[in-house]
Design a protein around this ligand. Sequence first.
Ligand code: ACO
Length: 332
Amino acid sequence: MQKGHSAVVAGLGAWLPPRVVDNDELSRSLDTSDEWIRTRTGIRERRIADADTSTVDLAVQAGGNALRSAGSDVVDALVLATSTADQLCPASAPQVASGLGLSGIAAFDVNAVCSGFLYALATAGGLIAGGIANRVLVIGADVFSRLCDPEDRSTLPIFGDGAGAVVLRAGDADEPGALGPIDLHSDGELADLLIVPAGGARQRVSAEPHDYFLTMQGTTVFRHACARMAESARTVLERAGQDVADVDRFVGHQANLRILQATAKQLGLPEDRVVANIARTGNTSAASIPLALADACEDGSLRPGHRVLMTAFGAGLTWGSTLLTWPDVKPG
Ligand code: ACO
């Protein structure tokens, strides 16, 4: 990478809607139990956005916190990772930029579902490497509770709402916070494993209300998630000339505690390196990695100098990984 053209993390922000819904509350309206949800997923509670709160609202809060953390609200571009944009058209990023008082900057959405944050980091890194932007606000925000059928116990307990963000600035590849190699993949042949069938251009309207909600073949997705995340993690380590033993913190997409544990096991990573905040957030899709980073900074388990491996997997299917050394950055 040409000197001064690497993307370096300069700020971190998170936001969760205030309403906590624990497993017992869910079990009152759904044929499930706290015991089932905890043992199968590791989730104890999740945050749910009120009816008048949307993805844009969450993204503005997290983005504002990241700008505060960076100590400057000057950015040239905003990349929003989301698969729950406020409208099918237009993208939500311009509304987020305006909400932050940044009207005029380049702003667009990236939709790679639960891998969206890593795809957005890669996109922002490309803007910086190409000299198109010097500072980019990257936000992952999703309101997945809107995509879950309130009567579907196979999806509703798993998802939560939230947003997380980082500010990337142009810098050098050997600085703390510089994004290392990025590995991204997809497999559209398996799109049906996790899909909202109706509402898009293929099928605008359906007589079947469930078609507007997420359907998931959980067990198959589980298997793919572990295999693909481990594979991709190995790829970035190899490209960086590093070994699993060099990884201090594994920040994987928080889809299921058992997926994180199984992936770490496949990689030969000790469990004490695994960052897991899923117990209190559920799966927040594109928000999950920056939310996990922020939580780990807050509780002191992620510290400057730690070598961080980030990996994600989501609908699409999509998956990917990257590496960085955590800089002296705290959530704003
Ligand atoms: N409460 C009680 N019982 C339940 C529930 C529930 N909420 N959900 C399913 N069950 C039952 C099933 O009906 C089944 O019963 P049966 O044995 O009598 O048929 C049994 O529990 C086991 O069901 P499975 O689906 O096989 O359970 P599994 O251990 O696979 O866990 C889960 C399900 C949690 C969904 C898991 O498969 C998973 O986490 N999958 C991955 C999800 C994921 O990673 N998504 C990725 C990204 S998300 C995105 O991109 C949008």
